[in-house]
Write a protein that binds this ligand. Structure first.
Ligand code: SF4
Length: 413
């Protein structure tokens, strides 16, 4: 018997759904916790998820929504069968993603009342309240603000600023990356722009309290703040020898692994020497020998600019701009670079692409008045942090060759 196109589609959809439902049951078997079991406890439209699994592709299309006075921070979509719509809220994390139980409880109550009761708090780019009730969205934004956070972190504006756990948990922290993030989120010219989109693309600030860069600031941030120290690391020679005697480390490994050859072993005096001038702050000797080797006591913050993973000219590491005594010294610099970026860049061009195109040194030198003058005698744009120290020679040659070709093509310097 011949069946109509509509009936055929319906049967096909039924088959896809049954296959997806079987998969959901499968995901609930076994001794481990199941995300499906957890989702079933909420109001999430589990059939849409099942259809997606059955078909092997998302069952959602992009959508749109309107919220009073808010232009960023929400993501809307609709199911392909037209039966479901979703409106997710992106919300700002607390610094270091430390939630007090009280704050988390309030967020959960909020998600229960205005959404499906599902939240996601692990991403670096803000938390997510899943599937809000679109009719209550205006009211929900006000409630969210009253519990101490805000909607934001999407669109062409400042995104959520990530910081590492900093001094709260880490012995290497060289400045308070949590306080620094709070400072810049509340910095008036930045705060005023959090809910609007008026830049060519997104802007990210990230804060890592040591050069190991747990916030991945150098790779991903338009403006990166990385804790460091001036001079050579501090060495407790007795403790270092003891560690070697006890088989915890081999001092000659520290010498061999130093990427800049800053460490030498004095056989006669049985101690290591570290050249302050050569040390590139890679942290290798410190993390291997801590606390026998520690960061130096004169703590600083390195300011870098122009990092991104996805940009017009490909991924880029941020480049060093200045060594600051205090993280608060970069506000004017950031806003000035943004001003130039707005003038020079087309839509969807990141700050790193603009710096690349216009010439990093040229742009940074043009705004150096926005930075303090006491930059440790280090010229702007020529600071001594080599954040490509992790690359081997062949990789470094490959990237510089690639960069040269693109620069030639686009005429920068
Ligand atoms: S921090 Fe890195 S560059 Fe500096 S001395 Fe130690 S291993 Fe060498």
């Amino acid at each position: 018997m011949k069946i109509s196109e509509g009936e055929f589609k319906e049967r096909e959809n039924d088959d896809v759904l049954s296959k997806g439902l079987e998969l959901l049951e499968y995901y609930e078997k076994g001794p481990w916790p199941s995300h499906v079991t957890e989702i079933r406890k909420t109001k999430y439209p589990i059939e849409v998820y099942a259809s997606g699994l059955g078909k092997g592709e998302s069952q959602w299309y992009g959508g749109s929504a309107k919220i009073r006075y808010v232009y960023v921070g929400f993501i809307s979509r609709r199911s392909k069968d037209g039966k479901q719509t979703e409106l997710h809220f992106r919300v700002f994390h607390p610094s270091g993603q430390f939630y007090t139980t009280e704050a988390l409880g309030k967020l959960l109550d909020f998600a229960d009342k205005y959404g499906l009761g599902l939240i996601e708090t692990t991403g670096q780019t803000g938390g997510m309240i899943i599937s809000m009730d679109a009719d209550l969205a205006d009211e929900a934004v006000d409630v969210l603000r009253s519990i101490g956070t805000d909607i934001g972190d999407t669109g062409d504006t400042f995104r959520d600023f990530a910081s590492c756990v900093g001094p709260a948990l880490c012995e290497y922290a060289m400045y308070d990356s949590l306080a620094a993030r709070d400072y810049y989120l509340a910095y008036p010219p930045i705060y005023e722009n959090l809910s609007n989109q008026q830049f060519p693309f997104k802007v990210k600030l990230k804060f890592s309290a040591c050069p190991m860069d747990c916030a991945r600031a150098a790779h991903r941030a338009d403006f990166a703040f990385i804790g460091m120290w001036d001079g050579a690391p501090d060495v407790d020679q007795d403790l270092l020898r003891k560690k070697e005697e006890e088989g915890e480390l081999k001092i000659h490994h520290l010498v061999e692994e130093c990427p800049s050859g800053a460490i030498t072993w004095d056989e006669e005096r049985k101690k290591i020497e570290i050249s302050a001038g050569k040390c590139q702050k890679s942290m290798n000797c410190i993390r291997r020998a801590f606390p026998a080797i520690k960061p130096g006591k004169d703590r600083k913050v390195a300011l870098l600019a122009g990092g991104n993973i996805k940009g017009r000219f490909g991924p880029k590491m941020a480049k060093p701009v200045a060594i600051l005594d205090d993280y608060r010294q970069a506000g004017d610099f950031i806003m000035k670079i943004i001003e130039i970026w707005e003038e020079k860049s087309p839509h969807k061009e990141r700050i790193g692409d603009m710096l690349f195109k216009e010439g990093f040194g040229k742009v940074i030198d043009g705004v150096k008045d926005t930075l303090p003058t006491n930059l440790q005698g280090i010229p702007v744009g020529q600071t001594r942090i080599i954040n490509s120290a992790v690359l081997n020679d062949a990789e470094r040659r490959m990237y510089s060759e690639w960069a040269r070709r693109i620069t030639d093509e686009y005429g920068g310097d």
